[in-house]
Design a protein around this ligand. Structure first.
Ligand code: SF4
Length: 219
């Protein structure tokens, strides 16, 4: 662990090996690794999955970044550890002044963690806005479909909701709005013109349903 941390720190910051090691120990401490002075010389196989993810967060913070891009940071982890790691990522990045761009399929994690969310469809932003508004008042039919697909513990139903059809291949994206073959609200314009992001209440959605008297805006 230590070699990788020290090497990364020295690749980005003008510090000696001893200073880099001291910095690495502090980072391990910040990310909740106990006895970091000893643990820094251990191998990855001597750590649990959750502890390894803590070390990766320390590694991501090593060069004092302004932004950390975390791509599915909890996918391989036990559900009970996922919440700890997300909470750690959020808190430790706030302490170090780093923003986090979280890439995830987990709407629960998004709801609990993020300030803003961008919903992607076929390689483009379908909707972007404050997380509360996107989740509670989705303006794009794809976002609405995603939200409707989340099982509701209070409802007794035999089948889960799903979005009919499949995601298009990126070399065969439908003409017009990419979502039009699957959209329950499709209309004539959707099949031949691709919508830009349009103001849609508190969010922006790439959907012609929000085209009334508006200018296209970019994210
Ligand atoms: S532009 Fe049309 S097809 Fe695309 S999401 Fe909006 S209503 Fe549906």
């Amino acid at each position: 662990m230590g070699q990788q941390l020290v090497e990364t720190i020295q690749a980005h910051l003008p510090v000696s090996a001893a200073e880099a090691r001291a910095r690495a120990i502090n980072l391990l401490q910040d990310t909740g690794i106990s006895a970091p002075e000893q643990r820094i010389d251990h191998y990855p196989h001597q750590f649990s999955g959750g502890m390894r993810q803590r070390v990766v967060i320390a590694l991501a913070l090593a060069a004092e970044p302004k932004l950390i891009v975390a791509d599915e940071p909890t996918t391989a982890l036990d559900v009970s550890v996922q919440a700890q790691i997300i909470s750690l990522l959020k808190n430790v990045c706030a302490q170090h002044g780093a923003a986090v761009m979280l890439i995830t399929h987990d709407m629960g994690v998004i709801a609990e963690t993020c300030d803003r969310v961008a919903v992607m469809y076929a390689g483009r932003i379908a909707e972007i806005g404050p997380v509360h508004e996107v989740i509670n008042m989705p303006a794009h039919p794809y976002t609405a479909g995603l939200m409707a697909a989340i099982p509701d513990m209070t409802q007794d139903r035999e089948r889960l909701n799903q979005i009919d059809g499949a995601m298009p291949r990126l070399n065969a994206i439908p003409q017009g709005c990419a979502y039009n073959p699957r959209c329950p609200q499709v209309f004539e314009r959707c099949g031949h013109e691709r919508p830009d992001l349009l103001l849609a209440g508190a969010t922006r959605a790439a959907c012609w349903l929000h085209a009334k008297d508006q200018q296209g805006v970019t994210a």
